[in-house]
Ligand binder design. Sequence first.
Ligand code: NAD
Ligand code: DAU
Length: 337
Amino acid sequence: MKILVTGGAGFIGSNFVLYWMQNHPEDHLTNLDKLTYAGNLENLASVQNNPNYTFVKGDICDATLVNELVKDIDVIVHFAAESHVDRSIMDPSAFVKTNVLGTQVILDAARNNGNKRIHHVSTDEVFGSLGLGEQTAFNEQTPYNPHSPYSASKAGSDHLVRAYHDTYGLPITISNCSNNYGPYMFPEKLFPLAITNLIEGKKVPVYGDGMQVRDWLYVEDHCRAIDLILQKGKIGDTYCIGGLTEDIPNIVAIKKIIALLGKDETSIEYVKDRPGHDVRYAVDWSKIHNELGWAPQYDFDTYLERMVKWYQEHEQWWKDIKSGEYQKFYKKQYQQR
Ligand code: NAD
Ligand code: DAU
């Protein structure tokens, strides 16, 4: 099979490329990535010389390029996006461009080349926020109610993907997953920011009271879920994917990271809250479990320990990122609070 991955140099995309090359060595994988600040070819050093892997630097909004690439492939797995909520609050324009218009370009290319199969990777943030202390969880029937420019742009992309299925018969599947964590996670997101700041002897910025809840999905479990959807998923369907977690407030997760690194709670710094902050996410993943046999492999604590160890063992990877352009974003995001 020939597979086109978009955004394969980012956090989840690069984990997926490594996963796929290891588990499906007979397939040919093309990775189309613009290499924005979030794209990093170092993540893919171990496959760069594999004859079954091709990297193409380019923009998913470039219709000519995307059309050319899609001609020769069987399946598209679409990760490419602007993905950080705080950046979308600073400037939504790149989010609308890449996440909405870029997805439309991918869909048109799939349609113009014989209705190619596409799997669209989306987020549980499109559903909005659940109430703190509720027993509720998002599922495939939950109405869309996004609150940030990021989640609104992802919601727009999901609607387009479904519309191309309903209107043109494009063979699509969608997954809406919760917060991923694991290796190669860019240190602007909470967990890698906390881990790397603590290793550097800095404080961890906690928005508001830190009582917000996220559903944590280890990135390798996510990759296995996408693999199953590609193999056995029902065309036209959506699958919600989440982790093996009870409600874990951010502050509890941060205290676990502090303990794993042998630090103490003086490392916590409460800062101004995120505007429009969703207070609670939880995902009911019973559909993908019952229909495709998927479940997370390990619990939150096991994976968190694994992640912290990875960052301890890969200091150069994240120090290279944190020493560059990243510093401007960090200053803008945290020093005005
Ligand atoms: P990321 O920001 O780490 O990586 C995004 C990748 O896309 C980067 O390599 C970047 O260079 C590339 N890219 C951005 N704009 C592009 C463009 N115009 N053309 C080509 N490539 C472009 O993102 P991530 O965290 O790996 O997320 C991947 C996907 O999964 C996104 O669609 C995101 O919405 C979704 N998602 C992420 C999470 C999460 O917890 N990180 C959870 C749910 C869903
Ligand atoms: O739910 C899936 C989503 O998870 C994905 O669609 C997004 O691409 C991904 O970035 C992630 O969004 P979040 O906004 O949930 O992730 P983030 O790591 O930015 O924040 C996690 C929680 O931690 C959130 O409640 C905000 C809080 N936070 C975050 C940062 C960066 C802090 O308290 N301090 C911080 O410095």
